[in-house]
Design a protein around this ligand. Structure first.
Ligand code: NAD
Length: 414
């Protein structure tokens, strides 16, 4: 039996387990949730209500999530005196599938990002961000419906590994001196220093996850996005290792862009996946101008962070952008956006990103029937022009509804 310091395990429900390298989800799984900071409480409340309604609708009482609140961020600070207590780590490790609201990170100082800490601690190496369009959402582009990509962003290394030293510290000076003395390379003495590690193993497991996803979902394009022309031995190697992995482990299932034109006359043959690559800056153009040529994208951490927000802008913005952080077994589901502190407690923002992260969670649990009910109901609600302020202000003569009202409309539309 797991012992917690301050949280109480629900009296009913069972744990999600791992058996024979597979996740086994009981009919009444205990699912921990972290409310999050800022707008977190508003969107989490609505999300749980919508998920519960969809599960009830899909399984008529045979399945039900038993929610288990665990703490991080400001709420944890109040209860435990620390922003990321041991109880929370224990709960994630033991219950495996968790949904979380956004957590505030101080800029420039204070504590490190709790989100990054959680991803690293549990080795949640794939940050998966599907970006798709719902009819009726206002968009700055002419054909938003062409956007349907899933971004696999490496989640544990790159400049996000958190290896950095402030300008003026002994450590920064030591590194600057070491590089100067050993390699005769000058770095300005008033520099802060950051390190960008990208490794074979971590690249391979991310690219493997992206290709497997494409195979499972019957998609036929996986694009490696990198800045390898400039950062040759990190981003460039990401590309090379990605191709090597594809050739080694998925030899019979993939073709390259050369094959596509030399052998297949520009048409991807049935049952094959095209693996290609794009340089990150050009990809920001491509995703705008040739949107429908991309399906699954695998990319290092920083590129993935930028690219997923940019792609989300084409389909309605951050309020419509879900995400998941997945390791070998643990899945931590969260919206792409942050805690939007200025809207705290106003019951105002768009909960769709977190609700759609919940849909990803239901998919991961094998409860996709409930996920489909939610997705269809969101589509219906948006078509009825019942939307929160972020979408309403981009539409003509639409009065926004509150976050909680939007949730209720989704439930009515199930
Ligand atoms: P943000 O994503 O919180 O908000 C930026 C703006 O986007 C908001 O002011 C709002 O206009 C809009 N927005 C965001 N979510 C929305 C929603 N659901 N509906 C409608 N509009 C929405 O970014 P920020 O202001 O740069 O960051 C605030 C805090 O969140 C920071 O402390 C940051 O570190 C943190 N953050 C956390 C996560 C996470 O928990 N995974 C992710 C990103 C940022």
């Amino acid at each position: 039996m797991i012992e917690f310091e301050k949280i109480k395990i629900p009296k009913t429900g069972q744990k999600v387990e791992i058996k024979d390298d597979k996740i086994i989800v009981p009919d009444n799984p205990i699912i921990p949730f972290i409310e999050g900071d800022g707008i977190g409480p508003d969107i989490m409340k609505v999300t749980r209500k919508v998920i519960d309604a969809a599960v009830e609708k899909a399984y008529k009482g045979k399945k039900k999530i038993i929610w288990f609140e665990i703490f991080a961020g400001e709420k944890a600070q109040k209860i435990y005196g620390t922003v990321l207590p041991e109880d929370t780590f224990e709960a994630i490790e033991n219950y495996l599938i968790v949904i979380k609201g956004p957590l505030t990170t101080p800029v420039g100082g204070g504590y490190r990002s709790l989100n990054v800490t959680l991803r690293q601690k549990f080795d949640l190496y794939s940050c998966i961000r599907p970006v798709r369009y719902f009819n009726g959402v206002p968009s700055p582009v002419k054909h938003p419906e062409q956007m349907n990509v899933v971004i696999f962003r490496e989640n544990t290394e790159d400049v996000y590994a958190g290896i950095e030293w402030k300008e003026g510290t002994v450590e920064a000076k030591k590194i600057i001196d070491f590089i100067k003395n050993t390699y005769k390379i000058d770095i300005a003495s008033d520099s802060g220093i950051g390190i960008k590690p990208i490794s074979i193993k971590r690249t391979e497991r991310l690219v493997r996850a992206a290709i497997k996803y494409a195979i499972n979902k019957k998609l036929n394009r996986v694009t490696l996005v990198h800045k390898g022309n400039i950062m040759k031995f990190t981003e460039g190697s990401f590309r090379d290792w990605g191709y090597n992995l594809a050739h080694r482990e998925f030899k019979d299932q993939i073709i390259t862009e050369d094959d596509l034109w030399e052998i297949y006359n520009g048409n991807i043959p049935e049952g094959k996946i095209l693996i290609n690559d794009r340089i990150a800056d050009s990809m920001f153009q491509q995703i705008l101008t040739r949107t429908n040529e991309y399906q699954v994208i695998a990319t290092p951490n920083l590129n993935g962070d930028y690219l997923s927000d940019a792609a989300a802008a084409q389909i309605g913005g951050l309020g419509m952008a879900p995400g998941a952080n997945i390791g070998d077994f643990i899945g931590l589901f969260e919206a792409t956006h942050g805690s939007a502190p200025k809207y705290t407690g106003q019951d105002k923002v768009n909960p769709s990103s977190l609700i759609l992260s919940g849909v990803m969670m239901l998919d991961y649990m094998g409860w996709d029937k409930a996920g489909v009910i939610i997705t269809n109901a969101i589509q219906k609600t948006i078509k009825q022009k019942k939307v929160t302020y972020d979408l309403a202000r981009l539409m003509e003569n639409i009065k926004p509804i509150k976050c909680s009202e939007y949730g209720n409309e989704i439930i009515k539309n199930m």
